[in-house]
Ligand binder design. Structure first.
Ligand SMILES: Cc1cc2nc3c(=O)[nH]c(=O)nc-3n(C[C@H](O)[C@H](O)[C@H](O)COP(=O)(O)O)c2cc1C
Length: 169
């Protein structure tokens, strides 16, 4: 199966980057083809709501930024990896999600998973609700969520959860 991981933390050696790397390793060990993109290093603007895509654009976005690289990479499985900023998924992951507006839903995506990091416990409800709604809207199977608050980051217990999540594919 082809898998696309969108990693949205700007901290290259942070918890979210580690989770994304470990998911990639586990999925590759199971024989999947994985592409990992650090979207925090990309220039991806927010949706302009100009409706060009739904009129003259015929499904194409008018903004020619780094999002153009991501549209063709959309795979059967889409894994979102993001830190929590102010009780929700950070802006760097929201931009590519919301830029899918031009196609309404990514046609190839049938399975999704979510990896999240935070400092505190109990801060995942908003992001979890958003993720569940997006899975439903995109008609993708919710494969599950792994979270890591500060004392769970880069631990063996979290690694085992990531390996189990990747094993569900
Ligand atoms: C702008 C900003 C907002 C944050 N907001 C929260 C928050 O609401 N709740 C929380 O527990 N941690 C918050 N954090 C902490 C990060 O979620 C935490 O450090 C996380 O481990 C970062 O993951 P990373 O190392 O992969 O970047 C925030 C960090 C930043 C930079």
């Amino acid at each position: 199966m082809n898998i696309l991981i969108l990693q949205a933390s700007p901290r290259a050696k942070g918890s979210t980057a580690w989770m994304a790397e470990e998911y990639k390793k586990a999925a590759e060990a199971a024989g999947h083809q994985v592409t990992l993109v650090n979207v925090s290093r990309k220039k991806i603007a927010g949706c302009l709501a100009c409706e060009y895509c739904h009129t003259k654009g015929n499904g194409a976005c008018i903004q020619k930024d780094d999002m153009q690289e991501l549209y063709p990479l959309m795979a059967e499985a889409l894994v979102l990896a993001a830190p929590i900023y102010y009780f929700t998924l950070n802006a760097q992951i929201q931009a590519p999600i919301q830029r899918m507006y031009c196609v309404n839903k990514p046609a190839k995506v049938t399975k999704m998973a979510l990896l999240m990091s935070s400092y505190s416990p109990g801060v995942y409800d908003g992001a979890t609700a958003e993720f569940r709604d997006i899975c439903n809207y995109w008609e993708a199977e919710n494969m599950g969520i792994v979270t890591a608050k500060i004392d769970e980051q880069k631990t063996d217990a979290t690694l085992q959860k990531i390996i189990a999540l990747a094993g569900k594919l």
